[in-house]
Design a protein around this ligand. Structure first.
Ligand code: GAP
Length: 444
């Protein structure tokens, strides 16, 4: 993980938030390559989920009426048990003492659990994870609102608005990408557990009785999505929640887990939320949220199958999975270890780099012209500094699938070399075929 965190900073994927002030725990900033990768992940998800007949998109506000969170059960139930260590004064989740490390420098690297046997923890108390703030100038109980801890509730309260505007019939879904906030007791493992993060959630409304079938369908679809975007199959697994570990709203739940360097961790949850959420919003708002089935003339509250992925956690899984160190031949016939990010081409932040072999004989001009021609179609990077081998290595580290080099032969026959990131093989192609060449490979 240390190598990945360091590469992330060096190459402009992720920075610590407010770093010049010492950072803010649990918050991260996405740099030029990071924001591109994050958008590519989100665009892939958006395309997968909403470019189909039965799912509509939405973008709801982060601040919502406070009753939403009473109805959803978050005010009452969205808590973690918290303990303080009397020895090092650090605060821990009582149910995560096994993984948490002691904050006292005297016990550096020691697991928090070690303190427990010695009776050094306070009694566990419940801590609500929602961030509170106030609307308007008066900071009293009547003006409290919360930063949403999940994007899902914005979908539920708009269920009938979307259904009637889009004239969808059951089953159909509503998808949303957006920020969520949780005041986690312990943030950890880079982007894995943060206080501000992005979710990609889809709520699929179905007729009660068909929920198990749709639950199984979405479980498989969501796993396939990660595999199709390049995550290694053997690094993915399902983990079904034990009945006593189910969230307050769920009848059944599976996590899709990825094997990070620190162990298996959830990247997406698939939940059968039953009619819990819509029933509660009916009760708390006093407004009907029933669906009217014109065919059967029935009126009922649909069941909801939720697919809830963390965009930031998926980002981290794609980054970790792409990272490789491998032996590669050098120009002088030796071997050297190269670091390469083997992103799926659709996720790669930069799709192609263009180099003049040397900075003379008109090569930079041709390379710049190629860059300008490609730029409206793909994210492309021009680089003329340093030996070409070093330029290849720099692009490998950012995960650029193709490097196009203009050399002396280009001046004679208008061809360039295109180097493939993974095989490191080069092909010679005509300048006017570059776009088609890249397009064919990216579609494939
Ligand atoms: N609407 C259901 C829901 O929010 P969840 O399992 O609490 O379910 C869904 O969260 C996903 O959101 C997780 O699988 C994870 O990818 C992401 N997530 C949750 N808490 C997070 C945190 N503190 N930091 C980063 N991602 C988080």
């Amino acid at each position: 993980m240390e190598k990945i965190v360091s590469l992330s900073k060096r190459r402009g994927f992720v920075y610590q938030s407010s770093e010049v002030y010492g950072g803010l725990n649990g918050c991260w900033d996405y740099g030029p390559l990071g924001v591109e990768l994050l958008r590519n992940v989100e665009n892939e998800w958006w395309q997968e989920m909403t470019y189909r007949e039965d799912i509509e998109g939405i973008d709801t506000s982060i601040l919502m009426h406070p009753r939403v969170w009473e109805a959803s059960g978050h005010v009452e139930n969205f808590t973690d048990p918290m303990v303080d260590c009397k020895e090092c004064k650090a605060r821990f989740r009582a149910d995560q003492l096994e993984e948490s490390l002691c904050g006292n420098p005297a016990y550096k690297g020691r697991k928090a659990i070690k303190c427990q046997g010695e009776g050094k923890f306070t009694e566990a108390r419940q801590f609500n994870l929602m961030f509170k703030t106030f609307v308007g100038p008066v900071e009293d109980d009547g003006s409290v609102v919360y930063l949403r801890p999940e994007t899902a509730q914005g979908i539920y309260v708009n269920f009938l608005n979307v259904q009637s505007a889009s004239r969808q019939k059951l089953p159909f879904g509503i998808a949303q990408i957006g920020k969520a906030f949780r005041n986690e007791i312990n943030t950890k493992n880079f982007l894995f557990r943060t206080r501000e993060f992005e979710q990609m959630e889809m709520q699929f409304f179905v007729k009660p009785g068909t929920d198990v079938e749709w639950f199984n369908y979405w479980k498989e679809e969501r796993l396939k999505w990660f595999v199709n975007l390049g995550l290694k199959k053997e690094k993915l697994q399902f983990n079904q929640h034990e009945p006593d570990k189910l969230a307050h709203y769920a009848k059944d739940a599976f996590d899709i887990e990825y094997e990070f360097p620190f162990g298996w961790g959830e990247i997406e949850g698939i939940h059968n939320r039953t009619d819990y959420d819509l029933t509660r919003h009916e009760q708390y708002s006093g407004k009907s949220l029933k669906f009217f089935d014109e065919q059967t003339r029935e009126r009922y509250i649909p069941y909801i199958i939720e697919t809830s992925a963390g965009a930031s956690r998926s980002f981290m899984a794609f980054l970790v999975d792409a990272y490789a160190e491998e032996e590669a031949p050098t120009a002088d016939g030796g071997m050297k270890v190269r670091t390469v990010l083997k992103f799926h081409q659709r996720l790669a932040p930069i799709k192609a780099a263009v180099f003049p072999l040397v900075n003379r004989d008109g090569m930079p001009e041709i390379a710049k012209k190629i860059t300008t021609t490609l730029r409206p179609h793909i994210r492309v990077f021009y680089d003329e500094s340093g030996a070409v081998g070093r330029r290849y290595r720099r692009q490998d580290e950012t995960g650029t699938p193709y490097c196009i080099t203009v050399d002396s032969q280009t001046l004679d026959d208008q061809t360039v070399t295109v180097r493939d990131r993974d095989s490191m093989q080069q092909e010679r192609i005509s300048i006017d075929k570059i776009l088609q060449y890249l397009g064919d490979r990216m579609d494939a």
